[in-house]
Design a protein around this ligand. Structure first.
Ligand code: GTP
Ligand code: MG
Length: 173
């Protein structure tokens, strides 16, 4: 008695924060050191078994480069879930993430489920400098009602948990 739930999910965030790398890790359990920037957007799917049902993620991975900014509404308009991604070593990318959260709350589906994702945690674990405090991001997540994760697409740390968290929240609705 296995039911399948489809979830339309969009990734948003500044260029080079690791959106495509998070998707590559989730879909293929792989990582590329020199991943090329996304042009426009990419579409990928992945199925996950959750207890007695299956979730099929239909993933729109958008391009972060400014010249593609006008395309984003096409991808988030019908989305049930969004990952707003920033780089924990790039403060500017967190400012951009705040803007995305605001825009989603103003323009996207009223009941969209949003996860705030601080990526590239491996850099800090290997001695690099953290530039976005965990507490600052947690505060934003709490105020805005977002799920919150820090991930590394490179090591794979916490990537599946983001998608499972979204899946659980949608299943509970
Ligand atoms: P756009 O498509 O231009 O918006 O960029 P993006 O957000 O999809 O970033 P992408 O996944 O292409 O990654 C950009 C660069 O960061 C690549 O060189 C990746 O290898 C690297 N990168 C991505 N995730 C991580 C991570 O978790 N840790 C480290 N150290 N590097 C990462
Ligand atoms: Mg990309």
């Amino acid at each position: 008695n296995t039911s399948v739930t489809s979830i339309k999910l969009v990734l948003l965030g500044e260029a080079a924060v690791g959106k495509s790398s998070i998707v590559l890790r989730f879909v293929s359990n792989d990582f590329a050191e020199n991943k090329e920037p996304t042009i426009g957007a990419a579409f990928l799917t992945q199925r996950v078994n959750m207890g007695d049902h299956t979730i099929k993620f239909e993933i729109w991975d958008t391009a972060g480069q400014e010249r593609f900014a006008s395309l984003a509404p096409m991808y988030y308009r019908n989305a049930q879930a969004a990952l707003v991604v920033y780089d924990v070593t790039k403060p500017q990318s967190f400012i951009k993430a705040r803007h995305w959260v605001k825009e989603l709350h103003e323009q996207a589906s009223r009941d969209i489920i949003i996860a705030l994702v601080g990526n590239k945690l491996d850099i800090i674990e290997n001695g690099g400098e953290r530039k976005v405090a965990r507490e600052e991001a947690e505060n934003l997540a709490q105020q805005e009602g977002l799920l919150f994760f820090e991930t590394s697409a490179k090591s794979g740390s916490n990537v599946n948990e983001v998608f499972l968290g979204i899946g659980q929240k949608i299943s509970l609705k």
